[in-house]
Design a binder for this molecule. Structure first.
Ligand code: F6P
Length: 363
C-alpha cells in the first residue's frame, strides 16, 4: 500500500483528534500504510519513535478528546534546509510520500515548500548515499493535503476552521456563568477572548450572549469610543438592566493601531461611570476541553476528504487544503488560500480594514 503520514503542527485545537482518526481509518480502508508523525515537523526531522505506524485501534477513543494526541510543536529545525533533508530521509526510509498536515497557515506553507524542494532533497540524499537510486525513483513524488485546525477562524477559503465551534461553546458557557454573578451584584464585566488578529470569536460571542459592546480588530472604533461606550452602558442601566457585558477581542485596536485592552476599557468605565467593574481573561480554557459535535464531524469529514485527495493525486496535482464551503468539504489550492490569508494580515497592518474583511470572505 501507499505510505501516508499524518501530523499536527502549530497551536492545537479541539477536533484535531477527530481529523487524525479519520485520516488513519480512511487511509487504512483505502489500503495505505498509515503513520503518525508525533510532535509535528520536529518529529519528522528527528524520526525514530516519532514516526510510528498506526492501526485501526490506535485511534479508538480519541474523538472526544481536546488537543492532539500525537503532539504538536513549533519547529525551528524544519526552517533550515538541513532539517528538511533529515525529514525527507525519514519519510523515504518508511516509504511515505503522502502527507496530511493539520495546522495553521505557517504549517501549510512549510508543507508546500517541502514539496517544492522534494526532488532536490532526494538528489542530495542520493549524492550522499543515504538512499538508493531505486528509492530515488520510487518515491520521486510527494503529495500534500492540508486541513486548518485553529480556534481563531482566521483562514481564508473555509467557512470554519477545526476548533472554532468548540471554543465558542467554552466561551458561552463561561459568559453565562459570569452573567449570573454580575446580575447579583449589578456589576459590569469585561471579557477578553482569543482570536489573535481575528474578531470572529469576539463577534459571535457578543451576538450570542447579548453583550452591550464589542471591540474587534477589523472594526476599530472612532476616537470618541469612550463616550459611545459609556452612553450605551448608562442607557442599559437606566432601562432596568442590572449588569453590563463588554467583549474585547485580544487583538482589538483603535484607528491608530493602538491596542484596546480590557484594562483600558475598565479604566474608561470606572472613571466615567464609577460602575463596579471586573475583568475576566478566559485564556487557554478556550482551546481546551472536549470538542463539540460540530468539530468532531468537521474533523472526520475533512480527514476523509484529505485522504481521498491524496489517493487521486497525479504527479501534477498541486497541494490542496480541505475547506468547508456551504457545508460541503471542498478541496482548494493550498497556496492560493495561504496567499489570501497573508493578504488579509497585510491589509490589517496597512489599516485597510474594509479590504481585510472583504478578502477574508465569509469566515
Ligand atoms: O491561534 C490560536 C491561539 O489560541 C490564539 O487565539 C492566541 O492568540 C494564541 O494561539 C496563543 O498562543 P500560545 O498558545 O502560544 O500562547
Amino acid at each position: 500500500g501507499k505510505g501516508l503520514a499524518v501530523f499536527t503542527s502549530g497551536g492545537d485545537s479541539q477536533g484535531m483528534n477527530a481529523a487524525v482518526r479519520s485520516v488513519v481509518r480512511m487511509g487504512i480502508y483505502l489500503g495505505c500504510k498509515v503513520y503518525f508523525i508525533r510532535e509535528g515537523y520536529q518529529g519528522m526531522v528527528d524520526g525514530g519513535d516519532n514516526i510510528e505506524e498506526a492501526n485501526w485501534s490506535s485511534v479508538s477513543s480519541i474523538i472526544h478528546k481536546g488537543g492532539t494526541i500525537i503532539g504538536s510543536a513549533r519547529c525551528m529545525d524544519f526552517i533550515q534546509r538541513e532539517g528538511r533533508v533529515k525529514a525527507a530521509y525519514n519519510l523515504v526510509n518508511r516509504g511515505i510520500t503522502n502527507l496530511v498536515v493539520i495546522g495553521g497557515d505557517g504549517s501549510l506553507t512549510g508543507a508546500n515548500l517541502f514539496r517544492q524542494e522534494w526532488s532536490s532533497l532526494l538528489d542530495e540524499l542520493l549524492e550522499n548515499n543515504k538512499i538508493t537510486k531505486d528509492q530515488r525513483e520510487k518515491y520521486k513524488y510527494l503529495h500534500i493535503a492540508g486541513m486548518v485546525g485553529s480556534i481563531d477562524n482566521d483562514f481564508c477559503g473555509t467557512d470554519m476552521t477545526i476548533g472554532t465551534d468548540s471554543a465558542l461553546h467554552r466561551i458561552i458557557e463561561a459568559i453565562d456563568a459570569i452573567v449570573s454573578t454580575a446580575y447579583s451584584h449589578q456589576r459590569t464585566f469585561i471579557m477578553e477572548v482569543m482570536g489573535r488578529h481575528c474578531g470572529y470569536l469576539a463577534t459571535v460571542t457578543a451576538l450570542s450572549s447579548e453583550a452591550d459592546f464589542v471591540f474587534i480588530p477589523e472594526s476599530p472604533p472612532s476616537v470618541d469610543w469612550p463616550d459611545k461606550l459609556c452612553d450605551k452602558l448608562e442607557q442599559e442601566r437606566k432601562s432596568g438592566q442590572r449588569l453590563n457585558i463588554i467583549i474585547v477581542a485580544e487583538g482589538a485596536i483603535d484607528r491608530e493601531g493602538k491596542p484596546i485592552t480590557a484594562e483600558l476599557v475598565k479604566k474608561v468605565v470606572v472613571d466615567n461611570l464609577q460602575q463596579d467593574t471586573r475583568i475576566t481573561v478566559l485564556g487557554h480554557v478556550q482551546r481546551g476541553g472536549s470538542p463539540s459535535a460540530f468539530d468532531r464531524i468537521l474533523g472526520c469529514r475533512m480527514g476523509a476528504e484529505a485522504v481521498m485527495a491524496l489517493m487521486e493525486a497525479t504527479p501534477e496535482t498541486e497541494p490542496c487544503v480541505v475547506t468547508l464551503d456551504g457545508n460541503q468539504a471542498v478541496r482548494l489550492p493550498l497556496m492560493e488560500c495561504v496567499r489570501r490569508t497573508k493578504a488579509v494580515a497585510q491589509a490589517m497592518a496597512d489599516k485597510n480594514w474594509d479590504l481585510a474583511v472583504q478578502l477574508r470572505g465569509r469566515s
